[in-house]
Design a protein around this ligand. Structure first.
Ligand code: CA
Length: 486
């Protein structure tokens, strides 16, 4: 594995004394696919989908192998806030987040930060650890969204006119411009985009119009050689599945409606291909509003002369399938949803670096605490990424990412545990006691399951051992088939 690549020069002094705590702009988005972002490498690069995120990466560090522990919204968000795996933060699937527990915003608040949260929360309980918060109820709406805050509950929400990403950006701008200069600011900008249904800002109506976008190589995966529990649960393992999102999208869409008379004369295969293009364009257009938001907020920091003392973080709560393996959505431990984009720019850090060692969503809490000069509590399970920002590789860095998905009652996806190393990935489906094994070097898009191949028996055993060790290391002693409640 290449470890740390960087260009530019190293500057030290990343760790703050109390008097020099940096401001923090933490942008968290929803379901933003790594493979759709320019700086991480995308088949859509000709369309320049993310110029502002690419610029942020050019001025900071991008983590090209950042993984989540559990690829759904609430569990990943709980892991980000607490720096702990699901079995230790209590959100395995749909549980309400226990807001009385330790989170890094609370610790920043204790250390003198003014903490503000705007946007999607989705942890069911009210936010804690924020001096001010304004959130979308549940998933929220793309157009004319309602918001809740400490004074406005679900019965009495505030409705704002316009497009959600734009509204959240303007609220964040107002907070930044009117900040208390005596206190460091930690602002959490949590966008709704790019969650389904993909409803974009009208400014993107013409973007990509008339273009034929490239298709990912695993779009028409036949799922051959995969355990029955995978193919049986995944009832529509082909691009027909994409239509559900498509239908959900047009139901609520307030911009151009999709109604293409040309489809009437098409075969099903042709129609699938045709609609897939619409799906992709809807997704990329919706994601454009996130990229614009980052560009605008970075410009606000510049205008407020805050660039030199503000850490900027960009990440999603997990990745997403843009048709890979014929899928939409997330949840599975395959790369597209186990990975998440992560970029961190420290004003005194290295520029334009790529870290290929494994980062995890659990690392953000210790990273931001250490950058703020706050001691990282011993019970946090992530590790600080701060040394990487200064161009240093920490000793004994992790050589694997451990993953667990619990919610077999939702979306017909079986429970699974996985371990990803530089060379292999093992996925275990305990309800059927079956495995998938992929060689990540020769088969990076995970089309060829080697678990039943006798030539790979030794590798399988090695990875089974690795998975057991990973579980032990993080203290995951839950039963193999966890009795999840909905
Ligand atoms: Ca999500």
């Amino acid at each position: 594995m290449r470890k740390l690549l960087f260009t530019g020069f190293i500057m030290l002094g990343l760790y703050a004394s109390a008097a020099q705590q940096p401001n923090i702009l933490f942008m968290l988005t929803d379901d933003h696919a790594v493979q759709s972002i320019g700086c991480f490498g995308t088949i859509f690069e000709n369309y320049d989908p993310t110029p502002n995120l690419d610029q942020l990466a050019a001025e900071g560090v991008k983590f090209s192998n950042a993984f989540v522990n559990n690829s759904i919204c609430a569990p990943s968000r709980a892991a980000i806030l607490t720096g702990k795996y699901s079995h230790n933060n209590g959100v395995r699937a749909w549980e309400e987040f226990d807001g009385s527990q330790q989170t890094f915003p609370k610790l920043l608040q204790d250390a003198g930060y003014h903490t503000v949260l705007i946007g999607k929360w989705h942890l069911h309980s009210d936010p804690t650890g924020f001096d001010e918060w304004t959130i979308l109820p549940g998933q929220g709406d793309y157009y004319d969204p309602k918001f809740l805050d400490a004074k406005h509950d679900r019965k009495n929400p505030i409705q704002k006119k316009g497009y959600v990403s734009e509204i959240i950006t303007r609220m964040a701008e107002e907070i930044i411009r009117n900040r208390d200069p005596k206190k460091p600011l930690a602002i959490f900008v949590h966008h709704k985009s790019v969650h389904i249904p993909f409803l974009w800002d009208e400014r993107e109506n013409d973007w990509l119009e008339g273009e034929t976008l490239p298709e990912p190589p695993s779009l028409r995966d036949s799922w051959e050689g995969r355990p029955a529990i995978v193919t049986a649960h995944n009832k529509v393992p082909n691009i027909e599945m994409l239509h559900k999102n498509f239908e959900d999208g047009i139901k609520q869409k307030k911009t151009k409606r999709y109604n293409d008379p040309a489809e009437k004369s098409m075969t099903i295969a042709e129609r699938n291909t045709h609609r897939y293009q619409y799906y992709l364009k809807s997704y990329l257009r919706t994601a454009k509003s996130i990229d614009r938001s980052m560009g605008e907020l970075v410009a606000v920091l510049e205008d407020e002369k805050m660039t030199d003392n503000t850490v900027v973080v960009y990440m999603s709560d997990q990745g997403f399938y843009l048709g890979e393996h014929g899928m939409s959505d997330k949840r599975w431990a395959y790369e597209e949803s186990m990975r998440t984009p992560l970029i961190i720019k420290h004003p005194k850090g290295i520029k334009g670096a790529t870290v290929e060692l494994f980062a995890m969503n659990l690392d953000l809490a210790p990273t931001l605490l250490s950058l703020a000069g706050v001691d990282v509590p011993a019970d946090m399970q992530g590790r600080s990424l701060a040394p990487f920002l200064g161009g240093k590789e920490p000793a004994d860095w992790r050589d694997h990412a451990y993953y667990r998905y619990y919610d077999s009652k939702g979306y017909n996806i079986p429970q699974h545990q996985a371990v990803r190393t530089d060379t292999h990935k093992l996925i275990y489906f305990p309800e059927a006691d079956r495995y998938e094994l992929f060689d990540m070097k020769t088969d990076p898009v995970e089309m060829n399951n080697l678990a039943e191949n006798p030539e790979y028996r030794e590798t399988l055993q090695k990875m089974q051992k690795k998975l057991a060790e990973a579980r032990k290391e993080v203290g995951d002693e839950d039963e193999d088939v966890y009795p999840i409640k909905r």
